[in-house]
Write a protein that binds this ligand. Structure first.
Ligand SMILES: Cc1cc2nc3c(=O)[nH]c(=O)nc-3n(C[C@H](O)[C@H](O)[C@H](O)COP(=O)(O)OP(=O)(O)OC[C@H]3O[C@@H](n4cnc5c(N)ncnc54)[C@H](O)[C@@H]3O)c2cc1C
Length: 382
């Protein structure tokens, strides 16, 4: 195949400038490789999320972007939490504390903060507002075709390696990996911002279960400025069985759960209820191949129990950047399996057990009195 006349050549093209893509760019900094980072959005852009960012994500980035944790604390509006309160299906309250804090910070601002660091601290060339529409294998690499936001033909790129950080569902995974998204192992979640929510304890995030809405869960995460991020998510196969759209389930949960109803009785919506896909780490897949690697949501690296993916996006993005930098792309799939996928195996087992026997969650409230159980729980999650 002949190349179009104007093509920008790069050693590495990172598709997607979310946490996974920015982390990959930071890990490639100083490698001597030419790197382009392409995103369809112009930043700051909205990203539908619970906005809960663990300290571990910032700690993981620190060696690649010195001072990032302090700058995050100084620059971004946020609320930190150290405790999680779960209201279990039987109504019992189960509270536990984390060894390190988590932060609720708007993803629109957090992702922009990461991208600005990439733009300032690395030689990565950022192309924002370019939607990638196709990947074609050509001599010398992969031809990446883009359109600008207004649909006009955009710049084309020729890259030796493509790092897929394009979220879920990933075009890189489909086109270069030959892997369509597996509807059996994805979830969906909706979230909105609300003001005037009452009963919030400082430094605490809330998770609610309800027997009629199981195995999904509802969350209320306090944010800066007195708002909360409230949402509801569920594995798609169970949602489908219910036959009810997720936004309707969100509203029903809100009305039917006695504690949520009370906390949100006078809540004022401050945004639309946005929705997004949550690709759980469930089935083993290929995470890399000839000239491509997958990271973050594009690699389905979301914890099947909590639905958290930011930490894994950051860590897998860093691993992908390092693998390319060190010429060890062939080892990347094995690293992902060892570092993330196997680790989430226990989570998958917990999730399928809990789905079959919801009462087991309530048992956790009894076991939660014992420090060994709490320690095991933390270890499982982090
Ligand atoms: C409702 C909801 C709540 C969640 N809550 C939490 C939470 O509280 N904590 C947590 O840890 N995780 C949460 N998650 C999961 C978390 O949002 C993801 O795991 C995380 O965003 C993954 O980061 P990423 O960089 O892999 O992908 P993304 O953040 O999705 O970034 C992908 C980027 O690729 C770009 N892109 C996509 N396609 C193209 C294309 N064709 N061309 C160019 N660019 C493209 C997009 O514009 C985007 O900027 C939640 C998810 C949902 C849906």
């Amino acid at each position: 195949m002949s190349l179009p006349n104007s093509v920008i050549e790069a050693d590495v093209l990172i598709a997607g400038a979310g946490p996974a893509g920015c982390s990959a760019a930071l890990a490639l900094n100083g490698s001597g490789l030419s790197v382009v980072l392409v995103d369809k959005a112009t930043f700051p852009r909205t990203k539908v999320c619970g906005d809960s960012v663990p300290a571990h994500a910032l700690i993981s980035l620190e060696p690649f972007s010195h001072g990032i944790y302090d700058d995050f604390l100084e620059e971004l509006p946020k609320v930190s939490f150290r405790s999680s309160v779960m209201i279990l299906p039987n109504g019992n309250r189960f509270e536990f504390s984390w060894p390190l804090p988590g932060y609720v910070t708007e993803r629109r601002l957090f992702d922009d903060f990461l991208l600005q660091r990439v733009a300032r601290q690395t030689s990565t060339k950022v192309y924002a507002g370019y939607r990638i529409i196709d990947y074609q294998r050509v001599e010398g690499g992969v031809l990446v075709k883009t359109r600008s936001v207004d649909g006009v033909a955009g710049t084309d790129f020729l890259a030796r390696t493509v790092i897929g950080a394009d979220g879920a569902p990933s075009l890189v995974s489909r086109k270069l990996g030959g892997q369509p998204p597996d509807q059996e192992v994805v979830g969906h979640a909706v979230r909105g911002y609300f003001s005037d929510v009452v009963g919030l304890e400082p430094g605490t995030e809330y998770i609610f279960y309800h027997p009629r809405f199981f195995p999904g869960y509802f969350w209320i995460f306090p944010m800066a400025g007195g708002w909360v991020n409230a949402g509801y998510g569920m594995a798609e196969k169970y949602r489908k069985k219910s036959g009810v759209p997720l936004n309707v389930l969100f509203e029903r949960f809100r009305q039917e759960h006695p504690v949520v109803r009370e906390m949100m009785a006078r809540a004022k919506p401050e945004s639309d209820l946005g929705g997004g896909m949550v690709p759980f780490s469930a089935k083993k897949q290929r995470w890399a191949g000839d000239g491509w690697l997958l990271t973050g949501d594009a690699a389905s690296l979301v914890d099947p129990v909590s639905g958290d993916g930011i930490l894994y996006a950051v860590r897998s993005g860093l691993q992908a950047g390092l693998a390319v930098r060190n010429g060890r792309q062939h080892e990347y799939s094995g690293r992902v399996e060892e570092l993330f996928w196997r680790r989430m195996k226990n989570q998958r087992k917990v999730m399928s057990l809990v789905t079959r026997m919801p009462g087991i969650i309530s048992l956790a409230s009894l076991l939660g009195r014992y420090p060994w159980f709490r320690r095991a729980l933390m270890k499982g999650i982090w």
